[in-house]
Ligand binder design. Structure first.
Ligand SMILES: *Cc1c(COP(=O)(O)O)cnc(C)c1O
Length: 426
């Protein structure tokens, strides 16, 4: 028995499913999860000494590659002053100033400890600010696991085969309306049927939790217009796209100004951090200035801030990182398309910059319904084929493939070759 198998046997006895987050489980693809011991650059190593090219990157934070030396040193230096004070620190001010400087729509920002917490807090702020209750989200978009957002929530929930979670009272989800991604008329309908009741529209500006689904030309602009016309707030959940599509996120990339933005993943450089921010008049509704209560004992933790701030500074000071990420991502998608053509296959490849997804369907993927046409059993075989050859992609169809700055053409070429060999078996 491998060490990973041994650990998994122990894990399932004391942790539900043996994992602390369901996306780490191999339920959707079969087999045991690999237990990871360490990682460096583009590579991840398991407890049995297997080495993999990693395309998860901790689900985004490792955009610079694993074990970045500068981030590690920043963390160690911060540790030497103490791990947490529960009081204001200089680095929190620096972090907030940095984000306000990098993202034009952010005038004020509040740190929390996860993307979920940031979404939950932003929605409360939107409701408090507008005095309205209803929220529009899009089928297939994931916004963390808070009660009101577990409706057609994409990725982990999609492969679990449960559309909604047990334990969420009907009332909690009642004010969550679901629209269709890339279908502006579905949003207009909801606005018309719920006049003056919509507090906010929340969206992943590039959906990366139903595989990767890009916004069609003009879709985000139309959303912006509808929100403004109806006095509702536009919330961009940039937990994946923030600091990835560009230094100013998807909003910079597509040139759209949301009212509130949610960050997570990258913003912590590998530490547990989330944040929400935006217009000053909205953010000033938050306690202790305003009446929307939100708090966090470990929020803005100095060690987490040291990691996140260093990561953002490196990204700001090295614009060539984005050039590299985008070049590799485009190359991967272009070559994969060529391979599919050679094999006479017409599978859908989506992506932008360093985010990509191969769907095992001939249907063009532009929303939740079309994403679901992917043959997940073929994906399962693909996943295991790649894993056996030292290539670690997310163990579920409806996740993104993340490229980091530590990846080079060498890793991409190895990956493409393995993919081509797999596709020959179809
Ligand atoms: C991961 C993710 C979240 C939730 O973040 P956690 O830190 O896992 O709570 C929210 N929104 C999006 C778009 C995400 O990808």
């Amino acid at each position: 028995m491998s060490k990973s198998q041994e650990l998994f046997k122990r894990a399932v006895k004391c942790i539900p499913g043996g994992v602390n987050s369901p996306v780490r489980a191999f339920n959707a693809v079969g087999g045991n999860p690999r237990f990871i011991k360490r990682a460096e650059g583009a590579y991840i190593y398991d407890v049995d000494g297997n080495k993999y090219i990693d395309y998860i990157g901790s689900w985004g934070p490792m955009i610079l590659g694993h074990d970045n030396k500068e981030i590690r040193e920043a963390v160690i230096k911060a540790c030497e002053n103490g791990l947490s004070f529960g009081a204001a620190t200089e680095i929190e001010v620096e972090m907030a100033e940095l984000i306000c400087e990098l993202i034009p729509s952010i005038e004020m920002i509040r740190m929390v400890n996860s993307g979920t917490e940031a979404v939950m807090s932003a929605i409360r702020a939107a409701r408090g600010y507008t005095g309205r209750n209803k929220i529009i989200k899009f089928a297939g978009c994931y916004h963390g696991h808070s009660d009101s957002m577990l409706v057609k929530a994409g990725s982990g929930v999609m492969v679990a085969g449960v559309p909604d979670s047990a334990g969420v009272p009907k009332g909690c989800a009642e004010d969550t309306l679901t629209a269709i991604y890339n279908d502006i008329s579905s949003v207009e309908d909801l606005f018309n049927k719920n006049k003056d009741c919509i507090a906010a529209v929340i969206i992943e500006p590039v959906a990366a939790n139903m595989g990767v689904v890009l916004p069609e030309e003009g879709f985000l602009n139309e959303l912006r217009r509808l929100c403004t016309e109806n006095g509702s707030l536009l919330i961009f959940d940039e937990v994946i796209t923030g600091f990835r599509l560009s230094i100013s996120g998807a909003q910079g990339y597509y040139d759209i100004k949301p009212d509130l933005t949610i960050f997570g993943k990258i913003i912590g450089g590998g530490m547990p951090v989330g944040a929400y921010g935006g217009r000053r008049d909205i953010m000033e509704q938050i306690s202790p200035v305003g009446t929307v209560y939100q708090a966090g004992t470990l929020s803005g933790n100095p060690i987490a801030m040291a990691a996140g701030k260093k990561e953002l500074e490196i990204l700001r000071d090295n614009p060539q990182i984005y050039t590299h990420l985008n070049k590799l991502g485009s190359y991967y998608r272009k070559e994969l398309k060529e391979i599919l053509k050679r094999r006479g296959l017409n599978y859908s490849i989506t992506g932008v910059g360093s985010l990509s997804c191969l769907f095992f369907t001939d249907t063009e993927v532009k929303d939740y319904e079309s994403a679901k046409t992917s043959e997940v059993r073929v994906f399962g075989r693909y996943f295991n084929y790649m894993l056996e050859r030292g290539i670690y992609i997310a163990p579920a169809q409806f996740e993104a493939m993340f490229i980091s700055n530590a990846h080079t053409y060498k890793e991409i070429d190895i990956t493409l070759e393995a993919a081509e060999n797999f596709l020959k078996t179809i």
